[in-house]
Ligand binder design. Sequence first.
Ligand code: HEM
Length: 524
Amino acid sequence: MYTQLLVHDVAPFTTRLASWATVIFIGFLFYRAFLGPLSHLPGPLLAKFTGQWRSLRYWRGRWHEDILEVHRQYGPIVRIAPNEVAVVDQKALKLLYGHGHNAAKTDWYGSWDPAVGPPAFFAVRDRKLHSTLRKRVSGAYTMSAILKYELHIQDCLDLFLRKLQKHSAAGSKIDMSNWTNAFAFDVVGELVYGAPLGHLESETDVSGLRKSIFNIFFWSANLGHYWGQKSLYYNKYSLAVRKLLGSKNSITAFREWSISRVKKRWDMRETVPSPRNDMLSHFLHMKNPNGQGVRFDEVLGEAMNIIGAGADTTSIAMRACLFAVCSRADVYQKLQKEVDDFYKANKLSRPIQYLETQKLPYLCAVTKEAMRLFPSIVFQLLRFAPEGGICVDGKTVPAGTPIGISPVAQNRDPLVWGDNADDFLPERWLEGEERTRYLDSNNMTFGGSGPRMCVGKNIALVEIHKFLAQILRHFDVEIADKEKSWHVTSYWFAYQHDFNVHVRVRAQNPLLSKEKPTEIAVAA
Ligand code: HEM
């Protein structure tokens, strides 16, 4: 009798509670979608209710197309989640990513915090801490520093070109996705671990490093908007299960591998003068603001940052350049002639150096234009709207709202680039200094021009210019299948897979002098 009474009383109560909760929840959704502070912004209906509209597209890996379509359909300001806005706008670009401004990165970047060890400055949200961390490494990234490492980059490029020659002799298709990636990983290995990683020499993905990093990016990019973020796949339970299965988590594998590389140089840093001039030697001797030297895990962190941030990005850009050039016979011929003429006029029997490539205006225009169309990073670079909010297309986004610009969308804004924004036109960069300055200031490839812009831009530029000039100098390259030249998946980076080409050694250019570039004085 007593139990009956209890069930009788409790059941309606729980039902009432559930009904109220449902009503409140629906009311909340309705308010957020149609009455809240972002309700005046255009965007897909589902995105007003749930972030899954955007997240499901992230998982699908076609954001490089999705974000362009979203802006085409809804205009320069779009609500892509209940509390997130994507924009394309010159003024917003300066406010969010420009000099003199420093809008804070949002919590989405928490997904990139290292699972163990000190913070990585790419992901740090606190602006003061970011500035401290960035200052202590910035000396390693200046152009004058990079030019001192140029000979190591050339070593890798020589090997890359020799490998191409070997495979071209077999007449088979060459997958440039694989080869440019191997080259870029070997370069960062040279710069931060003191030796190439062996991807080119062995013609393999050594220790599965590239696959591990791809997996890390897949998970971190997708989970950034979920509660728990990286801990959803990197936690003690998943690690235990993996251990049982005898497999390693990608992050663990990458970290252990990095420790084994950095340790040797760390152990001898006090006793032996640095065996070579590279980025690792800078990191080993950098100081914290209190003047004290850094710990081992801080050096390790900087090295790991570069492998994560600097290899895939640069190989994507190299493929973008080669693809764009090979897609247009007229551009190809003009560029190859410019390179050949330079070699001839300067009687070069050694590889062209970076500063020399800067004397080739067409080469510089081609690389900028290819990276504009196919920037390596295509997700929004998310920031909190600064004080006073941001106004785009007459619509205001309140301060504190997560808002971002996708480099690929900004780089194709017709208001800046004209009606032919989607076309590959290197000539647009050669219309005069003022116009070029204007285009540069609206180019988002490297993340704007402010305190969070790409710190590794100089390294990337050196690699990309040398790569393109030298490959065209020594080879004729042709896309193997023009109908299906590559396919792209985007998980923060827009990574091109299966970029197959045919390569023939050019008869008039016997391959590759053994002569290395010497250290070069930096031109003013
Ligand atoms: C073509 C090649 C590259 C492209 C297109 C590129 C693009 C970018 C972009 C767009 C950002 C801003 C990200 C954001 O705001 O969230 C960024 C930041 C960064 N990049 Fe690059 N990057 C390239 C190469 C490199 C290289 C070679 C390195 C290192 C060797 C590097 C290291 C970094 C780091 C550490 C940051 C964070 C900077 C900070 O927060 O202060 N990148 N990069």
